[in-house]
Design a protein around this ligand. Sequence first.
Ligand code: SAH
Ligand code: SF4
Ligand code: F3S
Length: 465
Amino acid sequence: MPFEEASPQAEPDGHAAAPAAKRVFIKTFGCQMNVYDSERMSEMLAAEGYVETDAPDEADLAILNTCHIREKAAEKVYSDLGRLRDIKSARAEGGKETLITVAGCVAQAEGEEIVRRAPAVDLVLGSQSYHRLPELLSRLRGGETALVETAFPDEDKFQALPERASAKAVTAFLTVQEGCDKFCTFCVVPYTRGMEYSRPVAALVDEARRLVQRGVRDITLLGQNVNGYHGEGPDGAPTTLAGLIGQLAGIEGLLRIRYTTSHPRDMSEALIEAHAREDKLMPYLHLPFQAGADRVLAAMNRKHTAADYLALIARIRRARPDIALSTDIIVGFPGESDADFEATLALVREAEFAHAFSFKYSPRPGTPAATMDGQVPEEVKRERLERLQEVIDAGYRRFNGACVGKRLPVLFEKAGRHAGQLVGRSPYLQLVHADADPALIGRVIDVEIRAAGANSLSGAICGQS
Ligand code: SAH
Ligand code: SF4
Ligand code: F3S
């Protein structure tokens, strides 16, 4: 699931900082995998004596963990780098050093180009190399400049990272698979994250156990193509995602398991079956379909048709009738006609998604679609996106509205905005507000849903008026 909004990643741990602690500012763009990576970087830097700050002008080290998926996402990085350059020179006047690092997918895709465009950058750190951050920082302190580290190293970065530190929340991400071999013609991920790699089951069970010991109750397994997971199992043979979920479900104290993002081609019978059988596996599935017209799907190299997709979700709904489906959709792919776009709208209406992310096609350098004939004018893309979003929003309102009057088990995560209120998630990933005792954080409590708002539900915990 892609998020272009930047989210400052700074929640100081609550520990009193030692007076001489170095400060790191981390800003995260892009998908959940970047959120996971930022957390791991933060933990690694904590071991080096860094404390997180959300004030870039206080930071001895500023890291932008970047996203290359659409042009807008990538360009935001350069405006932020302009601001960091000014902060760096202001701090230098006060005798303070500021190291600027660009990590993540823009780093991987653009490499040297970043230091050419933004010479204030000290380190360009590809998405497969961040476990080397401490060593690279010490090289910078030793006088080296403008380091660019974007190789796909042989060693497993996950093994080289320190153990997970204290969990910050009731929910956590766990990267189980990285990279993608699907090569959809619009997408940079196979270039920025490399070929598919699945982490071994034992390492994941271990990491999940540690998270649970530290208070996590809901884990979302992450992978660019997560249902293609095929990590080494305890017997040395490859294990499927369904097998991994089965192993994780055995962890006492772990209440909920989710996974994202899946490709329709890798939605195996065993995984569908797991939705019917495994109580801890939540009834929510993010399954991008991208476009409703078969000729567009073929040009995208999706290797499925609209009918395949509809048949697949019918099978999934037979296994788990209440499952909430979400999806990703692109409008204005090269060659998309009005009729093709209508096919996308028709599919959205038929599939009844609980939620959907929709995007204007953005040509990405180096991808096949960027040079295809029939690029769609911006104005047409904008109109199509607006029309699509109306249909999506209506579906979203319908789905949330249908929950009013129902009892939903809510995992409470944190205090809400109003005094006495907690906020949590339903099994379908909806935000739910209810008045409740803070002692209920981390527990699943039945809530009677009383109202559906624009982005959330609200209700009363059962047994209370
Ligand atoms: N399987 C991946 C997909 C990553 S990209 C995952 O883990 O989420 C997320 C979504 O961004 C895609 O599903 C697609 O809808 C959208 N996207 C990717 N490349 C795009 C582009 N060039 N222009 C517009 N949207 C794009
Ligand atoms: Fe990109 Fe397609 Fe791979 Fe998803 S499946 S990451 S859209 S290439
Ligand atoms: Fe963006 Fe990289 Fe994720 S390009 S969507 S941060 S894998």
